[in-house]
Design a protein around this ligand. Structure first.
Ligand code: FAD
Length: 478
């Protein structure tokens, strides 16, 4: 089925995005900022929840938000964490991260959503709240979505492409007939947002005793997030959680409950590890939790979804503008680049949780060894930090892209300003030596008129580099 025509039959919208979580909001905002007509449907009514699921924004995500002019506003809402303590003995120093954002930003998920929603609205996204996707079908020209609007009104919308960012129970994924293989990795996790009479010295703590583990992190405004697990108390998700249960768990795992009081949220949940095999089926894409779910260990879920969105948005833009030399290959590269990243996140967050749950002497010895290796060998801890922060994510080089193709472009200083600030135009950035004006390579899915041109401040640098809108290198001339 041809899926990337540049002269489509009439459609109500260029791209229909289903689900206004963080992934859908970033994607819709990017597409609309580039001039596409975008409709975002969301099952929930308008208005935000004050409860937060994710609360950690990693360095690479902060860089992507910086490339959209949002990072400084988000930083103002939270607390930077520069150190993590894992399993009692391992202390990871985030201050070593090679980024303007040398920390984990602790801030509620609703703050991320607020900024992304404001940006999407300002860029012209059409929001339809109280509207749920029920079914979809696709043909050579587009996708037809069957929806239910407020008061159960049936509604049909036609789009050239559709993206399912509708979370772990994704209707889009089901409508595509895709499986979501995996397992339930950990059950009966308790969650509490509390205040502490006695605040811990370490900023973020993960500790376990074999039968228990507890994770404790500050929001920075006096509230703390506690997540805990007790092997001896495995009950269904709907079993109420009392503060006493959380305090008891903390005493057993950490040796103290830090005087927890005034809980504002108590909940119990389980955590699955699942990944859809195909992120793209014809004109329909999946991103965020609709494509992958994993344990909350490592705080990767929202971060990975936002990075999926940043990877997909510029590709859809290039195809809709008719600028991609090979549109099918460009859209397929979303799967080849992002599916392996999702698989790695499943592996690493799963490994963290299994280490935390280690019970047998052999498993606990392995945990001690892992902590010792990470704590004492600088290359090992550097690699762990690169994985956790997302700064180490690199894609396969583009054919003919040169030596650094696929790698993340750091926020270098250029004559015209910082690279990540120049990326706020949402376009490719071509960095060249002073006086040179290299031609765009034939693999570039953009036109010369759109490219932002920049110059190395050091005249000795003779390389030309073309940076993609998502901050990865597309091409270098040597
Ligand atoms: C306790 C906990 C702690 C976490 N901590 C972290 C953390 O520290 N860091 C991190 O990165 N991640 C964390 N996560 C994971 C993070 O919350 C999710 O990965 C993130 O919300 C996924 O974003 P999303 O936009 O892909 O999906 P969602 O946020 O699930 O959004 C999907 C949206 O789609 C809507 N929708 C669903 N079906 C339809 C339909 N048929 N039609 C229209 N709309 C629909 C839903 O109403 C929802 O608004 C945590 C999760 C939990 C549970």
């Amino acid at each position: 089925m041809p899926t990337t025509d540049t002269h489509p039959a009439a459609a109500d919208t260029d791209v229909l995005v289903v689900g206004a979580g963080p992934t859908g909001l970033l994607l819709a905002g990017d597409l609309a900022a580039a001039g596409l007509d975008v409709t975002l449907v969301e099952r929930r009514p308008a208005g935000r929840s004050s409860l937060t699921r994710a609360f950690g924004v990693h360095a690479r995500t902060l860089e992507l938000l910086d490339s959209r002019g949002l990072a400084d506003a988000l930083e103002a809402t939270g607390t930077p964490l520069t150190r993590m303590r894992l399993f009692g003995r391992l202390s990871l120093d985030l201050g070593r991260l090679p980024s303007r954002f040398d920390h984990l930003l602790v801030t509620p998920q609703y703050e991320v959503e607020r900024l992304l929603e404001e940006r999407a609205a300002a860029a012209g996204v059409t929001f339809r709240h109280g509207t749920a996707l029920r079914a979809l079908r696709q043909d050579a020209d587009g996708v037809t979505a069957e929806l239910t609007g407020p008061d159960q009104t049936p509604l049909t919308l036609r789009a050239r492409h559709l993206v399912g960012t509708d979370g772990h129970r994704s209707t889009v994924r089901t409508a595509l007939g895709l499986p979501f293989p995996g397992t339930s990795v950990i059950r009966s996790i308790v969650l509490a947002d509390v205040r502490l009479a006695d605040e811990p010295a370490e900023t973020l703590t993960v500790s376990g005793s074999g039968d228990t583990f507890v994770f404790l992190a500050p929001f920075g405004d006096g509230w703390y997030r506690v997540m805990g697990w007790d092997r001896t108390r495995q009950v269904p998700d709907d079993e109420p959680v009392g503060l006493d249960e959380v305090r008891d768990l903390a005493r057993r795992a950490l040796g103290t409950d830090h005087g927890m009081h005034d809980p504002r949220w108590l909940s119990r949940f389980h955590s699955d590890e699942r990944q859809v095999p195909a992120y793209r089926v014809g004109r329909v894409f999946l991103a965020g939790n609709a494509a992958h779910v994993h344990s909350p260990a490592g705080g990767q879920g929202m971060n990975t979804g936002l990075q999926d969105a940043a990877n997909l948005s510029w590709k859809l833009v290039a195809v809709h503008r008719g600028e991609a030399p090979d549109p099918e290959a460009l859209l397929d590269s979303y799967q080849t680049e992002r599916h392996p990243v999702g698989a790695t996140v499943l592996r690493t967050s799963g490994a963290l949780v299994r280490l935390a749950m280690a019970r047998t002497p052999a498993a606990r010895a392995l945990r001690t060894l892992a902590a010792t290796v990470l704590g004492t060998l600088r290359p090992a801890s550097t690699k762990a930090l690169a994985t956790l922060s997302g700064l180490g994510i690199a894609y396969a080089p583009a054919p003919g892209g040169g030596r650094s193709s696929g790698r993340r472009a750091p926020d270098v200083r250029l004559r015209e300003g910082r690279l990540h600030a120049l990326l706020r135009a949402g376009e490719f950035v071509l960095i060249a030596p002073e006086g040179a004006s290299p031609a765009l390579p034939s693999i570039a899915p953009t036109t010369a008129a759109r490219v932002v041109r920049a110059t190395w401040p050091d005249p000795a640098r003779r390389t030309s580099v073309l940076v993609r809108p998502d901050g990865h290198v597309l091409w270098t001339d040597r």
